[in-house]
Design a protein. Sequence first.
Length: 319
Amino acid sequence: MSRAPVIWLLTDNKPGHRNQLKGLGNRLRVKVGASLHWINAEKVAAPLWRALLAIPPTMDKALPHPDLIIAAGTGTHKLLLSLRRLKKTGTLVIMKPGFPRNWVDGAIIPAHDGVSENPTTLITEGVINTVTPLARMTDKPEALLLLGGPSPHFDWDDDVILGQVTHLIGEYTQWRWTISGSRRTPEALKARLNELAGPKITVADPDSTHEDWLSQQVAASRAIWVTPDSMSMVCEAATSGLPTGLLQLPPHTGSRVAAGVQQLVEAGHVARWSDHATVMGGKTGQETPLWEADRAARWIIQHWLTPADPRKEQARSNT
């Protein structure tokens, strides 16, 4: 494509969905100079009949005509479907949609959703995120602990988590630790973590950290430990390229997220709690970084943003 492609990013503004769009959009901007335009699907009236008949609603006249529309989140699906017959425009959905995949031109779906790959579907290991793998790891003994909270996928136990945190700190006394909870971390556990603060232990308040806090902490760390309840958090840690270990919680039977986390363990992207000596010893087990945003961007460019590709021409012939 001789000019920079125009890409609309449809969001429902849920943090996880927005994070996936941002990670993918960033790589498309770096690789092909894509012009990114965010659209809040909640502010565009797209009733079901428009989605079913593929009749576009009135859009902001200032928006340039898109070469590609990418949507993430159920709240964006009606708008995406209503736009799917725009001329010379491809349509992509992130995550398993609640409609037939052949209604749009392509899909990017994590492996734990149990969908089979085909020429218009890319299956990712875990979920796309905004983290860029580090070119070089610090030599300083700095470790980052990221804690989630109760979820439908694991049996959460404050005492178990606190016990593992204090075990690591007590076992590796020469290390400096930064601990952060999240919006889901129980207040009682946050209070107990705050009591650990000291010269070698910083406890961050997730409500007062800035947008770039995580990337800055990752860049300053030599190891990361995360709770397994958040697939996004696990994938962000693994994408950094740093040795990453999982705190141990019992998985719920039949949880797709728990199965997805286990797949990342088996692939060597993250380590089990029992392997903490390996993580702290600086060994990742990863031959290549888990950088799914970059892999997905390359797939999109090949299929939809390269003029020589016949599938792109087919996608653009929709009327």
